[in-house]
Structures are given as C-alpha cells and as structure tokens.
Design a protein around this ligand. Sequence first.
Ligand SMILES: Nc1ncnc2c1ncn2[C@@H]1O[C@H](COP(=O)(O)OP(=O)(O)OP(=O)(O)O)[C@@H](O)[C@H]1O
Length: 362
Amino acid sequence: MLTEQQIHDALSQFELSQLNTDLISAKAIKKIEVEGNTISLSLKFGFPLGDYQQQLEQEVSEFLKSQFPEAEVAIKSSWRVEAHAHPAKVQAMPDIKNIIAVASGKGGVGKSTTSVNLALALSHLGANVGILDADIYGPSIPIMLGLQGKHPESTDKKTILPVENHGLQSMSIGYLVKPEQAMVWRGPMASGALQQLINDTQWRDLDYLIIDLPPGTGDIQLTMAQKIPVTAAVVVTTPQDIALADARKAVTMFNKVSVPVLGVIENMAMHTCSNCGHQEHIFGAGGGDKLAQEIGVELLGSLPLALSIREQADSGQPTVATDPSSTESHLYLDIAQRIAAKLSLQEKEFRADFPTITIDNN
Ligand SMILES: Nc1ncnc2c1ncn2[C@@H]1O[C@H](COP(=O)(O)OP(=O)(O)OP(=O)(O)O)[C@@H](O)[C@H]1O
C-alpha cells in the first residue's frame, strides 16, 4: 500500500536541472494524493516553464513509475511568477514584479546583446517581459530591437508608453534624446534621468524587467542599484583575464548593496565557425567556471562568439526572436530559465492584492 510520505521521500531524489536541486527543496510540491495504486501529483513552480513543462511532467512521471512500478501516475503542473523582495530602500513598482539588472565590469563584452536575448528568452518561456536600456551613453537596445528612430507615445503628457517589438515592452534614452545630448550628462544627472525613465514609463504587468546597465562599476551603477528596486543581478563577462577581473568588481559592487547576484554569464566563450559549426575556445576554456568558483557565484552558462548572434542583434532581429530553435537560442533559453528558477527561490515580497468587492443587491 503506497503512502504520501513514500512519494514525498522519492520526490526528494528528483533533481531539477535548472536549480541543481530536488523538487522538495525547490518547494514545487503543491499536493500529493494517493488512492489505491494511483498517485496524483500537483506541481507548482515560480518560474516560466515554456516548452519544458510537458517534458518535466513526463520526466517526473517516469521517475515515479521507476520507483513504484505498480503505480498509475497523474501529474499536473503550473507556474506563476511572484514578486520577490528587493534590498533598496525604495517602494516596489506596482506594475513590475521583479527587476533583474544585467551588468558588466567593462564595455563591449556583449552585455546589451545578452540582455536583449535573455529578455526575449523569458518572454518565449511565457513570461511578460520588459527591457530598460540604462546605457545612457551608448543606448543600443533600440537598434537591437529594430526600433531605431521610434519615439514613445504619451497619452497624458506626464507618462510615456513603452515601445514594443518582438513581444517585449522597451524603454531607452535613445528613444528620447540624440546620443550627443546624453553624452554630456554627468553622473547625478544621468542616474536622475534613468530613475525618471523607469518611473515615468507605463509598464504593463511585467513579471520581469531586465535593466541593461551601463558598463562599469562607478557611481551611476551604484546609484541605480540603490535607488531602483532591483531584485537580483547577473554579470556578463568574456573569458579574457581583464574582463574577468572587471566582472569580479561588478559582483563586489552588488554585494555591497546587498543585491543578490544570480550568477555570471560567459559571453564569447568559444568561437563557432559559421561554415562548419566547429567550436574553438580561443581564449582558453573554463574561465567563467573558474571565476564563478573564486567569487562564489554560479556560472549560469556560456555563449559562443557567433557571427549569427552579431548579425541578428545588429540588424534588429535578435537570435531568440528570429531563430528560436537554433543552438544559440537554446543556450539563451536555458540561461534565462536558470535565472528565473533561481530568482523564484528568493524571499517573496508581500503585496496586498486588491480586495474583491461583491455587491449583493438582495
Ligand atoms: N556572443 C556574441 N557573438 C558575436 N557577437 C557578439 C556576441 N555578443 C555580442 N556581440 C557583438 O559585440 C558587439 C558589442 O556587443 P554589445 O553592444 O552587446 O556589448 P556591450 O557590452 O553592451 O557594450 P557596451 O556596454 O560598451 O555598450 C555587438 O556588435 C554585438 O553584436
């Protein structure tokens, strides 16, 4: 005779690959019911499952059948992104559940390209996603989203509407001022402009807002991390030694302001030949892994230096939007799901739901 406890114990052996943890530690069990030989299991996750949902149900089902060969197994799974707590001493933004800052210690490592593709990947997985281009001095998100020359609309002359393409809500200083205008802003003015940009945009019901931070670890980045309710951060680096050293600085900066760093992403880790697909580690393999170990953060994934990634981003058709089933897109999707899964284990933020008012006419 099967018991719920037996099923519970068995599920603590099922490893969830995105989290390197089991289903019990991931707090994914909603309900276990046993009736005779039938196990009914209800799973609930705090991150978008995308195409993985069916596969996951099947894997758990097969796992339980291998443990209890005589059992019939029925599995139901669902997901919902919750708002998680942020360390900044500022109010949460009601239309944004989670803000994820993407940082790099130095410029040119592919932070914007990675931010855009991760935002698209989270959206592809089923989440509602926005992206804020905080790179005041070199806004590249409008180009990467194919929105160059667009201007945000305003319906009330006080707030602006995000500009949309590829299913993402986006905002960038690049939609509002000419690049040479922003270049002359000093630190406080730049961070003030950013705060205004995020606050005055009418974001709609976002599960995640990705912020593409300006490169570096100076005042602007520090101010942003303190004045914007950032939930978590990821750091992009390339394998060259200097970039790794800079990535370390970025991680230290977030530690200082208590923003949890979900991990590092190694960009341009190896070269993919556009003719034959052969991959070569030009800068040596394992740099990201080493950095992650040294500073105690996770390596979320490594992306290749691929002509397709550059061409697609630079022409406003980023990889995940234009070719979601490519090898590169799968890497972005995998990293995005890891980020979302890890974030789902962070402390939740209490948000009072609007009360439901019922009017009884009787
Ligand atoms: N994995 C990749 N493979 C090939 N090209 C890439 C890759 N990642 C980024 N690039 C290209 O490298 C260039 C710089 O990328 P990007 O603008 O994203 O860097 P960045 O770190 O945001 O730069 P900055 O912070 O200085 O604005 C772009 O032309 C982009 O298309």
